[in-house]
Design a binder for this molecule. Structure first.
Ligand SMILES: *Cc1c(COP(=O)(O)O)cnc(C)c1O
Length: 412
């Protein structure tokens, strides 16, 4: 044990290593060890580590204009908003710096709309196991176990329903309900997908009861699920959407989007020092322009298929429970609560480590760069098989699985 990080306020246990460099799908630590990264800043680095697109956007914008104040227009703010509106079913955009901040903005917008048009209705229905961020109010909005009373008194006005159970939503509605907030694929909960029928019923129910349908696409948006936005997969149009993570490609950037009819803040109702700052907006514009192209999104879907097939082979070979996910947001369900141990084994593999995430005791989440190569996917599957060998040894080797092929990657 070293005393690494002893000046930091304790928030999480970190491995005893310091990362100093990242390129594409690879991270390098201080000792020069390389890691194939399937965490990517928690589904943030859509284009991988240190992509040229971001370096260029940062450099040229930093030399031109960093922050004139949120009370003035700037070009990147206008261009990014225009691009997001063109890509989506929404008309209006508010730029922010984190997912929690965008979601707080969504709840404020819903309450404002409730005070103007619904006689003060203000309650927001969320979902069990949902995750919307770590501010006090978003902890209340989230359905993570143990969070409802971690920092009492917690903000009120949030009810909970069960994902894929439309009756539970109906039961949670009161005369004070103003909105339903949902992750179409619950990320932190372990990549749990909302059923298409449920989402269509939810859209109909919220419209009928005059409730806003607000989708939290902080994790699913900007190409992660193989489309610009996950709501497209469901054939519905939400009223409000939030984005963060992938939209910045690694830098702090978030967005709240709504249809014109819900553009109901009065000047002064909402804001923030960094809202719409040109430095981050320029990066967001560069990332969105790169990711939300048809060819790129088609590539994401193909890579997702390759990864899913490889994971299915691993499920068979190692006797695991299941593989699931949408696009490049995927999970492996283990038969035992040893996900943390697999994460450690994977990281400690030599000479190349593999970085994984375990949001649940029995579940691994995989969130590679959207631009990961086929060869890197195969290499990740090979390393994953090795990392599982200790806790879940091979029970059956299927013929011709991509990860059993000899190593054929050349590292620059
Ligand atoms: C990560 C996440 C958030 C919180 O975003 P921050 O940028 O960490 O505040 C909110 N909602 C979802 C679905 C997320 O995955």
């Amino acid at each position: 044990m070293t005393d690494l990080g002893h000046h930091l306020i304790t928030i999480i246990r970190r491995p005893e290593t310091v990362f100093v460099e990242g390129h594409g799908s690879w991270l390098v630590d201080e000792r020069g060890k390389r890691y194939l990264d399937l965490v990517q800043g928690w589904a943030v680095n859509s284009l991988g580590h240190s992509p040229e697109v971001i370096a260029k956007a940062l450099e040229s914008q930093a030399r031109r204009l960093v922050n004139p104040s949120p009370a003035f227009y700037n070009r990147p703010m206008l261009e990014l908003s225009e691009r997001l509106v063109a890509l989506s079913c929404f008309d209006r955009v508010f730029l922010a710096s984190s997912g929690a901040e965008a979601n707080e903005g969504a709840v404020k917008l819903a309450r404002r709309w409730g005070s103007k048009t619904r006689g003060g209705a203000h309650e927001v229905i969320g979902f069990e196991d949902g995750f919307h961020g770590r501010t006090l109010a978003m902890m209340s909005a989230s359905g993570k176990s143990g969070w409802s009373n971690l920092y009492p008194p917690m903000p009120g006005g949030f009810a909970k329903a069960r994902l894929n159970d439309i009756r539970s939503v109906e039961r949670a509605i009161t005369p004070q309900t103003v909105a339903v907030m949902i992750e179409l694929v619950q990320g932190e909960a372990g990549v749990q997908q909302a059923d298409p029928d449920f989402v269509r019923e939810l859209r109909a129910l919220t419209a009928e009861r005059q409730l806003l349908l607000m989708v939290d696409e902080v994790q699913t948006g900007i190409g992660r699920c193989g489309r610009a936005f996950a709501y497209e997969l469901y054939g519905i149009e939400p009223d409000v959407m939030t984005l963060a993570k992938g939209i910045g490609g690694g830098v702090p950037l978030a967005a709240l989007l709504c249809k014109d009819q819900f553009n109901c803040f009065e000047p002064g109702d909402q804001g923030g020092t960094y809202c719409g700052n040109p430095l981050m907006a320029a990066v967001g514009l560069a990332v969105v322009n790169e990711v939300c192209r048809d060819e790129f999104l088609e590539g994401v879907r193909q890579r997702a298929q390759r990864l899913a097939r490889g994971l299915q082979a691993i499920v068979r070979d190692h006797g695991l429970v299941a593989e699931r996910g949408v696009g490049l947001l995927r999970a492996l369900v283990l038969p035992t609560d040893e996900a943390d141990r697999v994460v450690t084994m994977a990281r400690e593999l030599e000479p190349l480590g593999l970085l994984l995430n375990a949001p649940r005791p029995n579940l691994l989440r995989l969130m590679p760069a959207l631009a990961i190569s086929d060869a890197e996917i195969d290499e990740a599957l090979r390393l994953l098989g090795m990392a599982l060998q200790d806790t879940h040894p091979i029970v059956f080797e299927s013929p011709g699985r991509p990860c059993s092929a000899p190593e054929r990657l050349h590292f620059a």
